[in-house]
Design a protein. Structure first.
Length: 114
């Protein structure tokens, strides 16, 4: 069983920055992909960014050029640096880790508002 601990959400003004972090523990299996998804009120959960074990990244078009995903394989952590935040980025952000199955964090709220 994998446990995920997320941190770093909060309230920020438009144009500001936040960094989300997620630490995975308890896995006896190699972690392949790690990533972040988000869900805004009334909308489906959507991919934000993923990163594979070798470091290949994938971003949603809406965040390209503004968000950067990082991964530390030795520590089993994944972080998301979010810059130039917009009100449309407001959502609950979920960490995702893939071993032989998917694991999800509890979610952290990001609110972008003036």
């Amino acid at each position: 069983q994998v446990q995920l601990v997320e941190s770093g959400g909060g309230l920020v003004q438009p144009g500001g920055s936040l960094r989300l972090s997620c630490a995975a523990s308890g896995s006896n299996f190699r972690i392949s992909a790690m990533g972040w998804y988000r869900q805004a009120p009334g909308k489906q959960r959507e991919l934000v960014a993923t990163i594979t074990s070798p470091g290949r990244t994938n971003y949603a078009d809406s965040v390209k050029g503004r968000f950067t995903i990082f991964r530390d394989n030795a520590k089993n952590t994944v972080s998301l640096q979010m810059n130039s935040l917009k009100p449309d980025d407001t959502a609950v952000y979920y960490c995702n880790v893939v071993t032989y199955k998917d694991y999800w964090g509890q979610g952290t709220q990001v609110t972008v508002s003036s």
